[in-house]
Design a protein around this ligand. Sequence first.
Ligand code: SAH
Length: 196
Amino acid sequence: MHFSIQQIYKIMNEVGRRNFLPSELKYLADIEEALPIGHDQTISQPYIVAFMTAALSPDKDDKVLEIGTGSGFQAAVLAKLAHKIYTVEIIKTLADEARERLFQLGYENVFVQHGDGYWGWNEQAPYDCIIVTACAETVPQTLIDQLKLGGRMIIPVGPVHGAQSLVLIQKDEAGVISSKNVLAVRFVPFTRNIRL
Ligand code: SAH
């Protein structure tokens, strides 16, 4: 299955980015910018959500791992396309709020865990698709290990304040890894300190 960016925008409209924004910022839901969600974190720019989702293009039977739940918006978009979404967030308040928000909105196939996504979510591995929404200096090997044969991962890689790019990684049926840079981006950092 391969989705276009336009098709993903339609799904994003159904999900409603405004449902994932703090009430005082809901009026900005349609602007093409990342917006604050508290705790120095952001909900990504809509184009980036569409681009990353289209790059993964999950199948309806796919099991997906997301690192960096944030508001839960990206997870909700994926939940419309794939079978089950496992998402890990390092800031407990954000994880708890996203879990409650997704429950209230009726998403029953998204599972939110508070923890350091560097370790992935091993109990549910392997995954058809992995999406990382915080920028790592290098690709964690633990996440590559949790990818199925034939699986794909999209992850922003680069220095915290420097040139970052979205990297699309494929693991072929023999387990051979290939990767390519697909877009220049600017993301919040992938951190390792678990917070409340
Ligand atoms: N996908 C989110 C965007 C979140 S911004 C959305 O749709 O709203 C990136 C998130 O990654 C932040 O909430 C940040 O706290 C989280 N994060 C950073 N490092 C992490 C790590 N090691 N494990 C899990 N989450 C992490």
